[in-house]
Design a protein around this ligand. Structure first.
Ligand code: LLP
Length: 441
């Protein structure tokens, strides 16, 4: 069965009676007029269609638990949706912990991961009752044990491992060891477990955690990931007599940015993961564990679009035509950072047949600030509303104030209603943290 991550557009996308693109029953041109641009628009039905697909696809394995990797898009309203859908949250910074807690989220359903958690991050995690901490390295083991001891607490931990599977979008390699900044190499695992067993009495080791990559388009990596982890669980049981009951497989399912992308469905990965769990728990004679997954991009990527207003344009003599918009690399860093390619449409001209090849440029003082290169679009005029699909994941979350450009607003749309979930930043907020020392006054 197809799932929404295999679409380029949000599930509610239509051309309405005004001849404009509408999402969640809201005309994108009206949204641009009402809220201003640039504007991120999130379709609630697409988000919920993904949460439902994950729940449906994994329901034959009752010990499956789902978490949303909030790094993809984090704000209080998203925490509420995830809570309603029965998802936990995968958090990776003090700021994400703070936001989840501020939204009223049940913190026992959260996991904290990251390769350099600070003393303050860990204190905050314990203070707010984060459910599980995925410990990344030896330094953190000692630090967390000290903090837990000083608070007279025993903390549930996973050990983050690098399972020797490296996944690029269309291919992957399996090696003994990986050159990665994250997690324990499999060769370091025994030393970590010995320390936990003999010295770190305030840490309760309950399982293993891995994340093999992002924007993954194939099944087999997940099959192999489960196998590598289950093999370790068996080895740990035999060597230390410790039975690990939880496995976290990370996220990674890909989405369709352009027609060339062919992501698999949630049902495809669910089938593979469940099959691998069944086969490998028999093979390694271990009880079927509780298994977590923590998808980010596939949960919110397709649901979100960014709309801009077309401004100036430039025709290079005998060269490219550049059309500038009122945002750029500060609201979408992915084209300049990863050469990411997006599908673009003109929201007020979706049916126009006369087209030209144009390059959509951002407004930042940098030649590399190009949002889409050489795309075929209707002839764009000043004031047209340009829509970039698939900006829901790692769009707002990687946005910046480069050139002191304000962060855009975010609206959530559903059934013809739109609600602000993040206000547009103001110039006052921009200068809020600035301080002029007395001697400069
Ligand atoms: N779990 C862990 C431990 C992770 O590091 C990540 C993503 C996820 C889950 C979620 O993975 P997803 O389902 O979103 O693929 N900024 C990049 C993506 C970085 C992903 C980092 N880790 C981008 O814009 O493509």
């Amino acid at each position: 069965m197809k799932t929404a991550n295999q679409n380029i557009k949000p599930v509610t996308t239509q051309i309405n009676e005004n001849g404009n693109i509408q999402i969640g029953g809201c005309d994108l041109v009206d949204l641009a007029n009402q809220y201003g641009t640039p504007l991120y628009v999130f379709d609630e039905q697409t988000i919920r269609s993904m949460t439902n697909s994950y729940k449906e696809a994994f329901k034959s394995y009752p010990k499956m638990k789902m978490m949303f990797a909030s790094k993809a898009f984090m704000t209080k309203a998203i925490c509420k949706i995830m809570e309603q859908e029965g998802f936990g949250l995968d958090l990776c910074s003090g700021g994400e912990i703070y936001t989840a807690n501020a939204s009223g989220f049940d913190m026992s359903k959260t996991l904290f991961n990251g390769n350099n958690k600070s003393y303050d991050d860990l204190v905050l995690a314990l203070e707010y009752g984060v459910g599980t901490i995925s410990v990344d390295n030896f330094f953190e083991l000692a630090l967390l044990n000290d903090i837990a001891k000083s608070q007279d607490k025993v903390v549930r931990i996973l050990l983050r491992i690098t399972p020797g599977i490296e996944c690029h979008t269309h291919e992957y390699i399996q090696t003994g060891h990986l050159d990665s900044k994250f997690g324990f190499d499999l060769m370091q695992l025994d030393e970590a477990i010995t320390l936990i067993k003999d010295e770190y009495k305030n840490l309760n080791l309950i399982g293993l955690h891995a994340h093999i990559g992002s924007q993954i388009f194939e099944n087999k990596v997940y099959y192999d990931e489960v196998e590598v982890i289950f093999k370790e669980i068996k080895r740990i049981k035999d060597k230390f007599g410790i039975t690990l009951q939880e496995v976290n497989l990370g996220g990674g399912l890909g989405i369709k940015y352009t027609e060339e992308d062919k992501p698999i469905s949630v049902y495809d990965i669910a089938e593979t993961i469940i099959e691998s769990i069944k086969i490998n728990s028999k093979k390694y004679e271990i009880e079927e564990p509780t298994v977590f997954i923590e998808p980010g991009r596939s949960m919110v990527g397709t649901a979100g679009v960014t709309i801009y207003t077309a401004g100036s344009s430039k025709q290079v003599p005998n060269g490219r035509r550049y059309q500038a918009v009122d945002g750029g690399m500060s609201d979408n860093a992915r084209p300049s950072l990863y050469q990411a390619v997006y599908t673009v449409e003109v929201a007020n001209k979706p049916n126009e047949t006369e087209t030209e090849v144009v390059t959509i440029a951002g407004k930042h003082c940098e030649s590399g600030d190009i949002l889409a290169k050489d795309v075929n679009l209707p002839i764009i005029e000043e004031g047209d509303v340009i829509c970039f699909y698939n900006t829901g994941a790692y769009g707002y979350s990687m946005s910046s104030n480069y050139n002191r450009v304000l962060k855009p607003a975010v609206v959530l749309v559903n059934n013809g209603k739109s609600d602000i979930i993040i206000n547009r930043q103001t110039y006052e907020q921009l200068c809020e943290s600035d301080v002029i020392p007395d001697r400069l006054k």
